[in-house]
Ligand binder design. Structure first.
Ligand SMILES: [Zn+2]
Length: 214
């Protein structure tokens, strides 16, 4: 994003980087790549809290900071994230309209296949009981009518046993919400053949399209 000319803030998420819990701190490279979101989630849930709630709160405060700086074009603020970053992007953008452009990579699929059947995922992904009421597409519907890029990989194991079908079903829910605004054309589904990884090839094309819409 910086190479494309954007001012970029790249915060350490709770449980990652310099914000690791005591259990897995250390300065060696392999230690620095540890994540301790599991430890946070393990204690948050008994206390009636969620890691994604805490992360979203942090990111909202980061947006406050962006506004306070007073030097950036706050009407063009976007959020981009991959995997757990995609999860944070989804929730922040759904809950805070200050995000005007949304790029979610490797994190848009149905809860049942991807997060209940694949029960090896970190429990920072879960909001207790949420799946009984809404699916990920319903949360994504809150992004309408803002420009949205979703990156999915056909071989991403996190799509679940039905693969892209589990992605497309949720995207359809989102599209219905955009359709209410007559804005289905601002959703760009970027599909490629690889596994669970971010790719930047089409970012510029998408963002140029967003600029042209303004
Ligand atoms: Zn986690």
């Amino acid at each position: 994003m910086a190479k494309l000319g954007y001012a970029v803030l790249c915060p350490d998420c709770r449980g990652f980087g310099e914000r690791r819990e005591a259990a897995l701190q250390g300065e060696e490279e392999n230690e620095f790549l540890n994540s301790t979101c599991f430890h946070l989630a393990h204690m948050a849930e008994p206390l009636g809290m969620t890691v994604i709630g805490m992360c979203t709160w942090d990111l909202m405060r980061l947006l406050d900071y962006v506004w306070e700086r007073g030097e950036w074009d706050v009407e063009s603020v976007g959020c981009v994230g991959f995997s757990g970053g995609g999860m944070q992007t989804l929730w922040l953008s759904a809950l805070d309209d200050r995000i005007k452009t949304v790029i979610i990579s490797g994190y848009l699929y149905g809860y049942s296949d991807s997060l209940l059947r694949l029960n090896g995922n970190c429990n920072c992904n879960y909001v207790p009981h949420l799946w009984e009421h809404v699916d990920m597409g319903d949360i994504g519907a809150l992004l309408a009518p803002r420009p949205l890029m979703v990156q999915s990989a056909r071989s991403d194991h996190l799509n679940g046993y039905r693969g892209m079908e589990n992605v497309l079903e949720q995207l359809d829910v989102i599209k219905k919400a955009y359709d209410l605004y007559g804005k289905e054309d601002v959703i760009y589904h970027d599909i490629w053949d690889g596994g669970h990884c971010f790719h930047g090839e089409n970012l510029e094309k998408f963002l140029n399209g967003v600029m042209e819409m303004k």
